[in-house]
Design a protein around this ligand. Sequence first.
Ligand code: AVJ
Length: 327
Amino acid sequence: GALEPRVTVLLDPDWASGSLVDDVRRGLGGRPRRLPPKWLYDDVGARLFDEITRLPEYYPTEAERAILAAHADEIAAACDAATLVELGSGTSDKTRTLLDAFRSAERPHGPLRRFVPVDVSDATLRQAAVMLSERYPGMAVEAVVGDFTLHLGHLPRGDRRLVAFLGSTIGNFYVEERRAFLGALADSLDPGEWLLLGTDLVKDVDRLVAAYDDSAGVTEAFIRNCLTVVNRELGADFDPGAFSYAPLWDARMERIDMRLRAEEPSVVRVPGADLVVELATGEELCVEISTKFRPEGIAAELADAGFGVTHTWTDPAGDFALTLARR
Ligand code: AVJ
């Protein structure tokens, strides 16, 4: 029968007492003004992101899903993992394709024994954990409410792990953060353990921009929601209507840069972070970047961190890549 899912909470459920304060102080206090994207995923934000993945302009989710549908059996056969850890698992929607392949009786290494979904969104994770333990009886689900930039060292060990980091979430890191993250990930794994990395690839600029500036305005609402989060959690008085959404393609860094621009001068109080921010008209908050990759670059960055690439798969259009690498 179904095993009860286990949920370990590593993240302080009260964001305001945790790293949000530090992030806001450092980010909003500095130049350029930044807010880290992990704070976009409160319950409203998680729902908006889910909506983004179904937008006609937002191709990455479908492209990655297509790669998984075509190659999950190969992935499951190529690596001998008995535990799958998924960082930023969300609803674990796409992961089901992987789990089906890893649980298949035909898999040469035997069925996967354990799934460890890791996500900051407590409610989303708990729902996914219950659903997954019902769907995969005999597989242990050990969910972790945590932050993959802080808690890599606290993941369950042993049992030959494969860490999946899908959706091109790695594209949200600035280049120096990405380097630190990949290094920390390699350090947290034992030699012979695996990484499956999803990355969105550089392509036609018009398609890239449209994917982050959709005609229905869902991405704009998603990015703007960060102001509501800071208002609620830290008692700030941002007027979301005083900002316009200003996404741009940074050709040098090969990334979409999602910003909010102040349309009028304002003084914003953030009592929870003991901060007052003065914004002139035209000043921008950098809320999220979405870096796009090239296959050579991915292999080089992985090698730098101590991983060796064993396989790369792309969708037929070459929009997105899944890379399997070994520590
Ligand atoms: C899930 C973080 C990869 O960068 O494409 C989508 C987030 N932000 N639209 C991305 C996002 C705006 C998404 N990631």
